[in-house]
Design a protein around this ligand. Sequence first.
Ligand code: VG1
Ligand code: CO
Length: 544
Amino acid sequence: MNIKTINTTPFKDQRPGTSGLRKKVKVFQQEHYLENFVQSIFNALEGYKGQTLVVGGDGRFYNREALQIIVKMAAANGFGKVIIGRGALLSTPAASCIIRKYKTFGGIILSASHNPGGPDADFGIKYNAANGGPAAENITEAIYKLSLNINEYHILETTDIDLNTLGEQKVADMSVEVIDPVTDYADLMEQLFDFRAMKELLTSGSFKMSFDAMNAITGPYATEILEKRLGTAAGTVTRGKPLEDFGGAHPDPNLAHAKELVALMSGDDAPDFGAASDGDGDRNMILGRDFYVTPSDSLAILAANATLVPAYSKGLAGVARSMPTSQAVDRVAESLNIDCYETPTGWKFFGNLLDAGKITLCGEESFGTGSDHVREKDGLWAVLFWLNILAVRKQPVAEIVTDHWSKFGRDVYTRHDYEGVSTVGANTLMQELRKSTDELTGKSFNDYTIRHCDDFSYTDSVDNSTSSHQGLRLLFTNGARIVYRLSGTGTEGATLRVYIEQPEKDPAKLEADPQESLSDLIKLSKSIAQIEKHTGRKQADVIT
Ligand code: VG1
Ligand code: CO
């Protein structure tokens, strides 16, 4: 065995963000950069000798090279076995599923999710623990601290492993098993949902759907599940082949980046149901004919209809949403008499609640929904959940949503993103807001009076850990909210996210365009934070 110990010096920028470490590919390609981070992950863990690690990624540029390095480092650091998806591929929810199913020590996921891919675009890496979920903040912080003092890493000197042949091979003393990346995940989906009823709907001839995999990882999963197991027409899955650069597209399933699908879904002969997923398969966008389902509404509707799905037929233990997600699900929880938790942005904060059995469903406004079946948000799962509801209720998507609004009211909602603005400007904007929370409380702007203003801080009810500075909240007396936070997944400058929400019960106003209904609040969001002064932008770049 030829284990090398390589001397290295720390990089100062390896602090994981909302979801792992994300940087430009060129940053990761620097000598020792990836190795330092991987060794810091291993150094932060205890008891992994002889244990199994799952490794896979979303197929973006540098995925294969990075995986080879990780396998050689896992062998040198004493792991007993590595499980990898064929071709180095695993969607994020599938990685979570495999960690749990085979009870492994943990996993490393290579992905920058919805960020673009290619030699000049983004790459990312994150560690998931034995529960299949993103490492909690105490672990990501420990990894960061270790990365600041690292002086050596261990790597096995050996030829590359064969990523394309299923089965076991040996790398020194460590075994490497290449598995089909799709089967375990597809089997799990089949256990959760009523595939018989869904197949009946999808093959009836009167129901058409289209799924946009955005040239990213969900292609093979959607093809197997929708076309092969559920019998939808060939071609239902579009852009189904994972490409290293996502075909130059931005693999973010929203109205701006999945334009072709949005266009296809409009008009009389449009499909009945449309959906898309992101780079690593954990996000979802849901569309009906001429109808867009806001992710926050989607979470509320899944919760309200959960008992129609076999896996959730006995009801939900509780639900959770990230703080900036609309309060639509809170109203469902209230009517079901179950708990609703409000967590900071990022899936890692749902892990403890799911593990403790306090919640069954959870979600974020950023096109992320999931349940206790894995410990990641899950794009295709959300699509199948919707299909299961449609198969039982036999109503169009739009009707299901408008029915929901008339029963629970609507949380009219929008998110305005100011992308790639100056970091100094964005930080100053946040600091100034933070300083003025007391002064803003009680202040009135025409019809809007601020009832409460704070910098959101969260204490986990399971381990009592506290996470502060999670976003500035302005809560108005009439139930409206404006929330400001900076993105923790970007790789260039800063991105300011402004989340705007207003509860509406008036039947005459339920179906209005949110940009119009919220226009006063949108203006207010700009003036209160002085967005133009700090960022130089009059308008947001992406509105969802
Ligand atoms: C964004 C979303 C957040 C999500 C995260 C990871 O983070 O807002 O809700 O959990 O992306 O999603 P931020 O810090 O940029 O706002 V994924 O699909 O990129 O793993
Ligand atoms: Co993602």
